[in-house]
Design a protein around this ligand. Structure first.
Ligand code: PMP
Length: 286
């Protein structure tokens, strides 16, 4: 089935949607994005994604393409037009195009490009991958220094996933100066003696919307949390580990660099947090 997508004010069949070849998103990855999940036909944490989008745009002095209310309306309309019960909505804003290539930003009145499309993912919440748990490898983090801005510079994370795949694994955690930063498309945690450990927020990692929600829910469930730097060796010696992201929620990690964690199956805290997160998120969805 052909999807209906959104481009700069229009809802179009995906085959008819067009963006200029001079668009700075295409030429320079001069673009930011958000991915919002859909459960029961409703948006999960739309507010969190809208706030982070605004922050990313501000950090790059990029114009806001429309109001938060209009964004919500576009999200909802795409869900409806494409009949999405479970899935994802991808949103991208670029600095647009003034019809040529130049490192210097285009004129201030250049309109940003706004594109949204849906990805239908039946069974997203009840995922077999989450029941099995993920095997990960560690790789060097060689990305730029403003990972708190959600830009579309995803070449290295994409290469990281391919390195994991080549090693027979599912994903990679990145390591910088001896400490784990985050996963290729998720935030990273391990659990030792009941305590959840994760890297504190800074410009070194993306400020995950799921991270914020999961840490709040873990605290409400009286779980112990420590935000500090940690090494991959600490994670390998953990009782369990997991990642969080809007597209995979809480994903148990069962192996790091060939070392099984615990008994090599998803740990109880990761499983519990996944349940709580899905439950609470469904209730708060809009
Ligand atoms: N870190 C990175 C590098 C990511 O790409 C993502 C997902 N886009 C995350 C963390 C998780 O963020 P969120 O929970 O907002 O999806």
């Amino acid at each position: 089935m052909t999807r209906t997508v959104y481009v700069n004010g229009e809802y179009l069949p995906e085959t008819e949607a067009k963006v200029s070849i001079f668009d700075r998103g295409f030429l320079m990855a001069d673009a930011v994005y958000e991915v919002t999940s859909v459960l029961d036909g409703k948006l999960i944490d739309f507010e969190g994604h809208a706030v982070r989008l605004k922050r990313s745009l501000n950090e790059l002095q990029m114009a806001e393409p429309c109001s938060k209310e209009e964004l919500l309306e576009i999200h909802r309309k795409l869900v409806e037009l494409n009949g999405i019960e479970e899935g994802l909505i991808y949103l991208q804003v670029t600095r647009g195009s003034d019809g040529d290539r130049d490192f210097v930003f285009p004129a201030e009145d250049t309109k940003p490009t706004l594109v949204l499309f849906t990805q239908n993912k039946p069974g997203l919440a009840d995922s077999p991958a989450a029941k099995k748990g993920a095997k990960i490898i560690s790789i060097d983090d060689i990305r730029w220094g403003r990972r708190d801005i959600k830009t579309t510079q995803l070449l290295y994370p994409s290469l990281g996933k391919m390195m994991a795949k080549a090693a027979g694994c599912d994903d990679a955690w990145m390591v910088e100066d001896g400490h784990v930063t985050e996963g290729t498309s998720n935030n990273a945690y391990f659990v030792k003696n009941g305590k959840i450990v994760t890297r504190p927020l800074s410009s070194d990692i993306l400020h995950g919307i799921t991270r914020k929600a999961v840490l709040r829910m873990a605290a409400e469930a009286q779980m112990e949390i420590e935000e500090r730097l940690f090494t991959i060796d600490e994670a390998k010696e953990a009782d369990e580990a997991f990642t969080t992201s809007a597209s995979a929620f809480v994903m148990p990690v069962v192996e790091i660099d060939g070392v099984p964690l615990g008994d090599g199956t998803p740990g109880p805290i990761a499983k519990r947090l996944r349940e709580i997160y899905l439950d609470e998120s469904r209730k708060a969805a809009i």
